[in-house]
Write a protein that binds this ligand. Structure first.
Ligand code: NAD
Ligand code: TDX
Length: 341
């Protein structure tokens, strides 16, 4: 802490720093906070890729290939840091329906290991979570999620994220861990795994495969650019009140069919060039975030407010970085095909 009450970490651990959102945060810190050293702890699962961290100078980052469930390793790393920013997770709903087990292990047990280490060494802990812990809203409901909305997760993925949030609250209250939590809406941008909605459809079109839309296509997601998420996490880590939860969202509600038609149009396809496929079991209808607390208390505001421009840049990135995703495209689509999706 400095005399303004701001937390000024010199060394931080970023778990899941080789994934989509974690790597964006690592780049954000390296680019904007030259006095901070980052240690990435990442197991390099199917979703982790060291190439996401390319270009970071060696003296700014240490990469540790390891598992957040490895108590000894986590203890050793936590003994020499100011903060842990916890992104690592099994993150895909469809995978959690096919096989929930890794979700229980990484999302629940992994969080427990990190909290125990944060407790032992008095380390500041920030927990990355999701709006999905609140369940879903009806399409015609004017309400949005706030920090006061009761937890009502629907999927194995979101229930393990909800469980991990509860552990954080308990470790803060009972053991005094200096923790904050953020629950963010759907992220988009470069480096997102092609199993996820937007990059799946973009890379399908680039490969001559028809995009796939679940159910009736009317489910609403509240989109935020991952750069805006990273800036919000830094503000919460350094200025957020200990023990508090902050919702992160950019007023980006859109239904899936509109997003898909926008991608099709931008990529020169006709509006009906896609397949309707089997719906996701338990598919949440609508997510919507009210981020007033974060904006009022900490002064954060999103920069990427033009979704169409963000989508254009994302399409361009996947078109220009085929080597980043081509090697996993066939296996990703084979998995979906086996599920009728
Ligand atoms: P991702 O799947 O792209 O990346 C996850 C990363 O965690 C990978 O690098 C993977 O190797 C690593 N990892 C997985 N298991 C691990 C383990 N046991 N030990 C160490 N590392 C492990 O995920 P993402 O989309 O970048 O999401 C990151 C975080 O943000 C997650 O906690 C997720 O719940 C949360 N979140 C995501 C979104 C979204 O839209 N993607 C929205 C809100 C919150
Ligand atoms: O091929 C598809 N067709 C389709 O219609 C895929 C992959 C998805 N969908 C639909 C399902 C959802 O309504 O698109 C929407 C978005 O799907 P995902 O990209 O799988 O995201 P979602 O399930 O909303 O969860 C995401 O946001 C919250 C992240 O994956 C989570 O990690 C985060 O917590």
């Amino acid at each position: 802490m400095n005399d303004t009450g701001e937390f000024k970490p010199k060394r931080i651990i970023v778990t899941g720093g080789a994934g989509f959102i974690g790597s964006n945060f690592v780049h954000y810190v390296v680019d904007n906070h030259p006095d901070v050293h980052v240690t990435v702890l990442d197991a390099l699962t199917y979703a982790g890729n060291k190439e996401n961290l390319a270009g970071i100078p060696e003296d700014r980052m240490t990469f540790v290939h390891g598992d957040i469930c490895d108590a000894e390793l986590v203890d050793k790393l936590a003994s020499d840091t100011d903060a842990i920013v916890h992104y690592a997770a099994e993150s895909h709903n469809d995978n959690s329906i096919a096989n929930p087990e890794p979700f229980l292990r990484t999302n629940v047990e992994g969080t427990y290991r990190l909290l125990e280490a944060a407790r032992k060494y008095g380390v500041r802990y920030h927990h990355i979570s999701t709006d999905e812990v609140y369940g879903d809203l009806a399409l015609d409901d004017p309400a949005r999620f706030t920090e006061e909305t009761p937890y009502r997760p629907s999927s194995p993925y979101s229930s393990t994220k909800a469980a991990s949030d509860m552990l954080v609250r308990a470790w803060h209250r009972t053991f005094g861990v200096k923790a904050t939590i953020s629950n963010c809406s759907n992220n988009y941008g470069p480096y997102q795994h092609i199993e996820k909605f937007i990059p799946r459809q973009i890379t399908n079109i680039l490969c001559g495969i028809r995009p796939k839309l679940y159910g009736d296509g009317l489910n609403v997601r509240d989109w935020i650019h991952t750069d805006d998420h990273s800036r919000a996490v830094w503000v919460i880590l350094t200025k957020g009140r200990i023990g508090e939860t902050y919702l992160i969202g950019a007023d980006g509600e859109k239904n899936n069919i509109d997003v898909l038609r926008s991608i099709l149009e931008r990529m020169g396809k006709s509006a009906d060039d896609f397949d309707w496929v089997r719906d996701r079991p338990g598919h949440d209808r609508r997510y919507a975030i009210d981020s007033t607390k974060l904006r009022r208390e900490l002064g954060w505001t999103p920069i990427h407010t033009d979704f169409a421009a963000g989508l254009d840049a994302t399409i361009e990135w996947y078109a220009n970085n085929r080597t980043w995703w081509e090697g996993v495209k066939a296996a990703t689509e084979a998995k979906y095909a086996a599920q009728g999706q």
